[in-house]
Design a binder for this molecule. Structure first.
Ligand SMILES: *[C@@H]1O[C@H](CO)[C@@H](O)[C@H](O)[C@H]1NC(C)=O
Ligand SMILES: *[C@@H]1O[C@H](CO)[C@@H](O)[C@H](O)[C@H]1NC(C)=O
Ligand SMILES: *[C@@H]1O[C@H](CO)[C@@H](O)[C@H](O)[C@H]1NC(C)=O
Ligand SMILES: *[C@@H]1O[C@H](CO)[C@@H](O)[C@H](O)[C@H]1NC(C)=O
Ligand SMILES: *[C@@H]1O[C@H](CO)[C@@H](O)[C@H](O)[C@H]1NC(C)=O
Ligand SMILES: *[C@@H]1O[C@H](CO)[C@@H](O)[C@H](O)[C@H]1NC(C)=O
Ligand SMILES: *[C@@H]1O[C@H](CO)[C@@H](O)[C@H](O)[C@H]1NC(C)=O
Length: 493
């Protein structure tokens, strides 16, 4: 009778952490395979682009087009009476720019570009239109939606597909530059939903209604969600938890597990607000660049940033966040692509592996043995098995990770889990920095530097194969995706 229960007790009786050699520690990644704790979108990976961008391995990639200037844009539709003058710098104006105008031929060009790239577009609307800004920094009055309404009409008439319309940028809570009260924002969101329903009357699927694209503030978000009721599909929040890009201690923060854990509080509180509200909305991270003011060269565009980024993706998913938009696709010091060469930075490959390997269902996961390992598990994307993501923040300790399971369940197999693990092979993707330099903009996969070839193609991302009965070796300062295609857990079936 040594089937499943035997396997369980094995993982509980065995010491979960021990030092097995110089610089080598044994630990166990515990997975609860009974039921999923979250469910991400198939296209969880999303990136932001700023207002007037130039530029497909992801199919599809979500792209969010927005930023602080979006709120000051006028769309040059037929109904609009203003002359179409582009943004100009003026430091005495809000966000340092004059009001700008989006000509419709530019809008067509952008959409044609998006259609070619196959991206799903989230477009940020001008939520300050029609409001006045008081000297205390608050924006008052209702959103004048007429200009947005005519843009949306124009968009539909010209057969452009928009995945979601997002109202506003960073106007929630205390706001950035200015703020809008939650009750007013809810009314404006209801207006947006009404005009979208009307314009897309005969069109399916309808675009998502998304708001507020701002920083999490528990009271504001709760009031907003309660009052927007069923008008809202997605509630978006922004993350810059590492502080300003000029900070000299960014790397220390990224390598500090308790610092990384700090952001879980926001995810947890938002998750609770959504669960206890009548809303049907789901949560997305609408914009996250880690360090604000454009990040930090050779940190937020280097290998070390994948520790932060993949940890964020894992953590967000574990709190049932459906989509995570990285600031930025290109631009600043935090682009997934290099701004001048358009070559992928290490985070691009990290995102791509996530996209290919981490399926929709999220499994509760913990690691025992060391705090320096970050562990996340999802049902696999293209098999019935699982994928485990292990991030080793330790500079000198190699981890030998065993896999254990927390819940017991009737397994349906004749053999116990350890016999099963012995039979199967698993696929491993080990990511390290080139030459062990965390500031490198080159990433190494299973010993090979990843670079695009002369035709600009992404290299194939090939796994190593390992015997599933052996522990998973996680080198110092490395990231490992482990795909176990044949390990069938109830949550993934
Ligand atoms: C900048 O904006 C301020 C306030 O709106 C205005 O008074 C000023 O003339 C503008 N400056 C320029 C150079 O346009
Ligand atoms: C939009 O699509 C419809 C139906 O396919 C077509 O009749 C119409 O000409 C298209 N309009 C534009 C501006 O492309
Ligand atoms: C882009 O890549 C070039 C060549 O590798 C490098 O010199 C430059 O610093 C990179 N730029 C950014 C913003 O990362
Ligand atoms: C699984 O069990 C271990 C050992 O009892 C415990 O430390 C851990 O928190 C549990 N993890 C999950 C994901 O339930
Ligand atoms: C590894 O990190 C520890 C503290 O986290 C530090 O004291 C030590 O100098 C580092 N070792 C190396 C080889 O960088
Ligand atoms: C994995 O290792 C075990 C124990 O050494 C062995 O019995 C099994 O055949 C191996 N499995 C594979 C797929 O190589
Ligand atoms: C570049 O890589 C792609 C995909 O792996 C391949 O099809 C193509 O032939 C390669 N081009 C060159 C010039 O090596």
């Amino acid at each position: 009778m040594c089937f499943w229960m035997c396997a369980l007790s094995y993982s509980f009786i065995s010491v979960s952490s021990r030092i097995v050699g110089v610089g080598v520690v044994e630990g166990t990644v515990y997975i609860d395979g009974k039921a999923a704790i979250g469910r991400i979108d198939d296209d969880f990976v999303c990136a932001t682009i700023d207002w007037w961008p130039p530029e497909k391995s992801f199919s599809p990639l979500k792209l969010r087009l927005g930023g602080s200037l979006q709120d000051k844009v006028i769309y040059d539709t037929e109904e609009d009476q203003h002359p179409c003058i582009p943004f100009a710098k003026n430091t005495s104006e809000l966000f340092g720019f004059t009001q700008g105008c989006l000509p419709m031929n530019r809008w067509d060009e952008l959409n044609n570009f998006f259609e070619k790239s196959g991206a799903k577009i989230i477009f940020g609307l001008n939520a300050l239109y029609g409001r006045s800004i008081r000297s205390d920094g608050s924006a008052i009055g209702a959103w004048d939606y007429t200009n947005a309404e005519s843009l949306i009409r124009y968009t539909v008439r010209n057969n452009h597909t928009i995945h979601g319309w997002e109202l506003g940028n960073e106007l929630s809570g205390n706001g950035v530059g200015t703020r809008v009260a939650a009750d007013q924002y809810a009314l404006d969101t209801i207006s947006l939903q009404r005009i979208v329903q009307n314009i897309y009357k005969e069109i399916e699927p309808k675009p998502l209604i998304i708001a507020p694209g701002g920083f999490f503030d528990a009271n504001w978000f709760k009031e907003f969600l309660d009052k927007a009721t069923t008008s809202l599909d997605v509630i978006t929040h922004h993350i810059y938890n590492l502080g300003p890009g000029v900070d000299q201690h960014l790397v220390e923060k990224i390598l500090d597990p308790s610092y990384l854990d700090g952001e879980a509080d926001t995810f947890r509180r938002l998750h609770n607000i959504i669960r206890t509200s009548a809303t049907s909305a789901t949560a997305w991270v609408g914009e996250a660049g880690g360090a604000y003011n454009s990040g930090h060269n050779l940190v937020t565009n280097a290998f070390v940033f994948s520790f932060w980024y993949l940890d964020q993706l894992g953590m967000a998913a574990a709190y049932d966040t459906k989509t995570y938009c990285r600031q930025s696709f290109i631009g600043g010091n935090y682009g997934l692509l290099n701004t001048t060469t358009f070559q992928p930075n290490p985070d691009y490959y990290s995102a791509l592996l996530w996209h290919r390997l981490m399926g929709r269902k999220v499994l509760s996961t913990s690691f025992s043995g060391t705090k320096k390992i970050r562990a996340y598990t999802h049902c696999a994307k293209h098999s019935k098995g699982i994928t485990i993501l292990l991030i080793n923040l330790d500079n000198s300790t190699t981890i030998q990770a065993k896999v254990g399971f927390n819940s017991s369940w009737s397994f349906g197999h004749k053999r116990n889990i350890f016999q099963l693990l012995q039979v199967y092979e698993r696929e491993e993707y080990h990511l390290t920095a080139k030459d062990g330099n965390l500031h490198s903009q080159k990433v190494v996969l299973n010993g090979n530097i990843l670079t695009v070839n002369s035709s600009g193609e992404i290299p194939p991302l090939e796994p190593l194969y390992a015997n599933s009965s052996n522990p998973i070796k996680v080198d110092p300062f490395s990231i490992v995706f482990v795909h176990i295609p044949d390990l069938l857990l109830p949550a993934c079936m």
